[in-house]
Each structure stands twice: as C-alpha cells, then as structure tokens.
Ligand binder design. Structure first.
Ligand SMILES: Cc1ncc(COP(=O)(O)O)c(C=O)c1O
Length: 422
C-alpha cells in the first residue's frame, strides 16, 4: 500500500526534484488538501500563489466538463473562440489600448516570450532586481537571483544587469524609510546611465519568493520617470502578483504605475490548467508584434482558455479582488499585533500587500523554519522565501473571515510556544 514515505522515496529515485514536504499530496477541496495517509492541512500558500479560487470549485469543474465534452485541444495554428475571447479579456483587464497579447504555457514561458519580443523590438540588454525570480528556463534563470537561490548556472548572463530592490527593512544604503532620498531609484538611474545598451527593466513589482519585498510609496513613480527618460521599457513580471492577489487585477494598478508590459500565469487558471500570457502595450512596442510567430503546441488550448475565462468570471462574481484587499489588510495588521505582543525584542518585519504577506526574521532562517514546522504540526502550511529567512503567506482569494481567524489562532499559539506566554 502507498504511504507518504514510499511515494517520496519513489519520486526521489526516478526524478530530479526539489520536493521538501514530508507527505504526498492526495486530494483537495477549497483551501485544504489531504495527504495519502489522510492528514488534512490548510494550504496558506495556494501552492505558491496558484490556487486562488480554491480547489474543486464547483462552477469551474462543471465548465471543465462541458469543455471536455466539446474539445480539449486544437491545432495551434487555428483560431478558437475561447482563445479570441481570452485575448480580448486580458487586454481589457491589463488596461492597455491597443494591446498585444501573447500565449504561453506558464510563468517562465510568458517571461521568455516577453524577452523574445522585446529583443525583436530593441535588441538591447535587460536590467532586473537582485533577490528576484522569473522562472526556471534558460533565459529567465539569468534574470533571477542565481547565487542566493542556488539556481543552476546558465550562459545568458551577459545581457542581464542587476540592481538592488527597494528593500526598506534591509536598506543596502543604510537609510531609513521616510527620510531617505530613494537611493534605490538613483541606483537604477546610474545603471541605465552607465550601461546605455540596457533597453528593458524587467521587474517583479513586489518581489515574491525573494521575501515579499513591498516597494515604498513613490519608488515606482520614480522608476517610471527614469525609464521614460532613458527610453527603457518597464515590464512587470506579474506571474505571482497578477489576477487579483494584491487587491487589484494587477500590481501595476495597485501601485499606480504605467508599465509597457506584464506577464502572468499561476492565478490565470487558478491551477486548473497550465497557461500563461504576456500583454504588451502595442503603442510602445510595435515591432514586438513580429516576434510571436513561433508558438508552442500547448499554449492556449481551448480547454486552458475556457478555464482562464471561467476563472475571471468567478473572481468577478465572488468579488474576490475586494476580498483580497480586506482580508490581506486584516491578516497583516493582526500578525503584526501578535508578534509585537509575543516576539518583542526580536528583530522582525511584517510586509503585506493584498494577500501577499511576509514575516521576515532578519537573516534567521532557523527561527523561520521552526515557526513554519510548528504551524504545519497544527495543520497549517505557509511557504518561505528561497533563503528561508522570510515566512510567506499567499492564501487563496476565497479566504473568509473565519478562515483568517482560524489561521490567526494557530499563528498566535505558535508564537506563544516559540517565545513564551504573555
Ligand atoms: C514572479 C515569478 N515569475 C515567474 C515564475 C515562474 O512561473 P512558472 O513556475 O509558472 O514557470 C514564478 C514562479 O514562482 C514567479 O514567482
């Protein structure tokens, strides 16, 4: 009979894998999954920002069945009603007019497509943030934080430059938020001045797996201006932040930044199909149009497009974006209060934007891991930054107030156990 142990062993025997969880995923419903031995856990990571509408959503399951009865695949060179409608819907949600929408199978693929089309447009180099992650394909690995995150070596770094992100808690310039001169934005300007061949700034608007690094107010307004001045395209990787997670459809809307393009995946299907997309501002990047004539066999199948369309409908009908803003603020504030009560004297920072929450234990991955494991023992799974120094919550957008309170109770009990009673 299968057990958590036997499945983990077989996986490790036959696959190259980064599995680090002690049990084998088996079934799921809403915000919960069960492992193969019947242990039930609330997934407060949404599978790292994917299952935004929860597992086994009844409306989604019925639309999937309907679409399967009709057709699941079509030759990639044929238009379909589902893909035509999805292109239109995404262009409207992103807000560019006119927009060029490009089809992808996931997040890294969407970013590759953006890189490919920008290169067709401007032939230039790319700037990205240290601490960022843009995917596991050859080009996107080079854009990310290769050293600290142990990403495998690739050869394409010659055209990428890195700059420090606006990380106020650990400001690389030793400044304090509120009294600084945005040295982080000046660093971007200097990079562009020193390297005139940089034609694209490829940014995670809120760095996710690097530790939920929320930029201070005003940072991206400056970046937008600097990029304009230097004729540099500003692209947001919204694979994690897109589709409602930050309290708007996209983080560029939450942060009020005019960007030239965005990529998306994860919450685009909510995990019900492998799909990604890139949407570029057609006015600014006209030549990019010519670059998308090589398509992938599995990009935007009718099945995946129908799922993405239904996902958008569910997010709208259930007002999940408003919910993300309200529950995110409640969780962020409550977690801060709990830690102020139990963990005072210890160095920590709570960062939150919509349903992206990071609890940073300032380079103390051991403490972070202990806290995460204690919560897991209580039936609650969070995730962590690549270096484990920040505990990360990315709950599904369907979260209710009673779910939030359940999580806060577990969080408080764990804090009491870790730091002593008050
Ligand atoms: C910001 C960001 N970009 C890109 C990716 C890669 O997406 P995928 O795993 O779908 O290739 C991720 C995945 O975690 C991500 O967080």
């Amino acid at each position: 009979m299968s057990s958590n142990k036997s499945i983990s062993q077989k996986t490790k025997q036959f696959q190259i894998t980064d599995i680090s969880y002690p049990a084998a995923f088996h079934t799921s419903q809403g915000m919960y999954f069960e492992d193969i031995e019947g242990n039930r856990v609330m997934d407060f990571s949404s599978g790292y920002g994917v299952t935004n509408i929860g597992w086994q959503h009844p409306k989604m399951l019925s639309v999937m069945q309907e679409q399967l009865n009709k057709s699941n695949y079509c030759p990639p060179w044929m238009p379909t009603e589902e893909s035509a409608n999805l292109g239109e819907a995404l262009s409207k949600l992103v807000g560019f007019s006119p927009a060029i929408c490009m089809r992808a199978t996931g997040g890294a693929d969407a970013n590759e497509i953006v890189l490919k089309s920008l290169f067709a447009d401007n032939q230039g180099d790319v700037l990205s943030f240290e601490m960022s992650y843009h995917g596991g394909t050859h080009a996107t690995i080079g854009l990310g934080e290769m050293k600290k995150f142990n990403l495998p070596p690739v050869r394409n770094q010659y055209y990428t430059f890195k700059v420090q992100p606006p990380h106020c808690y650990k400001c690389p310039w030793g400044q304090k938020q509120g009294s600084c001169r945005f040295e982080c934005a000046t660093a971007v300007e200097s990079k562009l001045k020193d390297n005139p061949n940089i034609r694209t700034f490829f940014a995670e608007p809120i760095i996710g797996s690097g530790g939920v690094i929320v930029p201070p107010d005003g940072y991206f307004a400056l970046i937008e201006e600097i990029c304009k001045e230097h004729g540099v395209a500003l692209i947001f990787d919204e694979v994690l932040t897109g589709m409602g997670r930050t309290g708007s459809w996209f983080a560029h809307q939450t942060l009020n930044v005019m960007v030239d393009g965005v990529s998306m995946a994860k919450g685009l299907s909510g995990g019900y199909a492998a799909i990604g997309a890139a949407v570029l501002n057609a006015d600014k990047l006209e030549k990019s149009r010519s670059s998308d004539d090589v398509s992938a066999s599995f990009a935007w199948t009718p099945f995946a497009c129908k799922i993405a369309l239904e996902n958008i409908r569910i997010i709208e009908d259930e007002r999940l974006i408003t919910n993300a803003g309200i529950e995110g603020a409640y969780l962020g504030q409550s977690i801060r209060e709990i830690l102020n009560k139990y963990a005072d004297g210890r160095d920590f920072d709570v960062r939150q934007c919509g349903l992206m929450i990071g609890v940073d234990w300032n380079e103390n991955p051991g403490l972070s891991m202990r806290f995460l494991l204690k919560m897991l023992k209580r039936g609650l799974m969070w995730c962590a930054s690549w270096d484990y120094s920040t505990m990360i919550a990315l709950p599904p957008l369907i979260i209710t107030r009673s779910d939030s309170d359940h999580v806060l109770n577990i969080f408080e009990d764990t804090a009491k156990e870790m730091f002593g009673r008050k």
